[in-house]
Design a binder for this molecule. Structure first.
Ligand code: ZN
Length: 273
């Protein structure tokens, strides 16, 4: 049923794609994404996702399917997800999952393969509006679509494989592919704490902005979201910022791109009324 609703929504949005909206421009994916197979990263992510949910469940911290915040999150996700396929064709076949964990941590992520978690504090403590939640979700989904984890791990594995003692020798003996696989297996444990680069962050901001706007969420909320993050960060350290480094040009970059996607939002918003 959800798929049918997603499909109908996608068709409506595509049908009314406004001529005035140009969308964002983020260029091609990094060559480092090609070093490691997508399915390998996705299956590692699935294992870590399952482990995280099991731990949360054991601590009674996994919010139930009928919890109002879970319902809200899944509704926002169901509007954004069908629009993501044009950014990454694998996304259509991902087993998307959206869950919320009761926690004081201000954090949210979308692991490779569409495994989303929001911690309750990011919504409750920052008092996020639906538009702002959609901006966080769009941003996180964009990391998965643009395969930033795959890119990071490709870079790390290459560096480690080559820099470690005997790295070159081992690469010659084992073959570069096998050596990379070993390094990825080691790095796989770090998917949840993977730090993205400034370039990855800008890319996710812009792709997320467009996704959320096309789904009918006000792109101007991306700016209010970052102001809320900055304010909260003055009194406590935010988990989210430790994996998504903030930078002073972020808000300026978002403001510059909002006019490019505003028409998407206006159109979708009008359909929904
Ligand atoms: Zn990010």
């Amino acid at each position: 049923m959800l798929r049918v609703i997603q499909f109908i929504f996608l068709m409506v949005v595509v049908a009314v794609n406004p001529l005035g909206a140009q969308g964002v421009d983020v260029g091609n994916k990094s060559v480092f994404t090609g070093l490691i197979s997508a399915s390998q990263i996705e299956s590692q992510a699935l294992n870590q996702y399952k482990e995280l949910l099991q731990k949360a469940k054991a601590q009674n911290a996994l919010l139930a399917d009928n919890h109002p915040l879970v319902i809200k999150l899944r509704k926002i996700a169901s509007r954004i997800i069908p629009l993501s396929y044009s950014w990454n064709e694998r996304a259509k076949n991902w087993d998307w999952q959206i869950n919320m964990i009761q926690s004081k941590q201000i954090n949210a992520f979308c692991m490779p393969g569409g495994k989303i978690v929001f911690y309750s504090a990011i919504i409750e403590q920052l008092k996020l509006t639906d538009d702002e939640i959609a901006m966080v979700m769009g941003h996180e989904i964009a990391h998965a679509l643009r395969e930033h984890a795959r890119e990071r791990m490709g870079k790390t594995a290459t560096t480690q494989a080559m820099a470690s003692v005997g790295g070159w020798v081992a690469s010659l003996v084992l073959g570069v592919d096998q050596r990379l696989t070993q390094e990825v297996a080691r790095a796989g444990g770090q998917l949840l704490t993977l730090k993205f680069s400034r370039g990855d962050e800008t890319e996710s901001d812009l792709v997320g902005l467009e996704l959320a706007a096309k789904a009918g969420y006000d792109p101007r909320a991306s700016v209010s979201l970052w102001h809320k993050m900055d304010r909260a960060h003055q009194s406590k350290s935010l988990e989210w910022l430790s994996t998504h480094p903030s930078h002073d040009t972020r808000i300026k970059e978002l403001e510059k791109n909002i006019p490019k996607v505003l028409a998407f939002y206006e159109n979708t918003k009008n359909i929904q009324k």
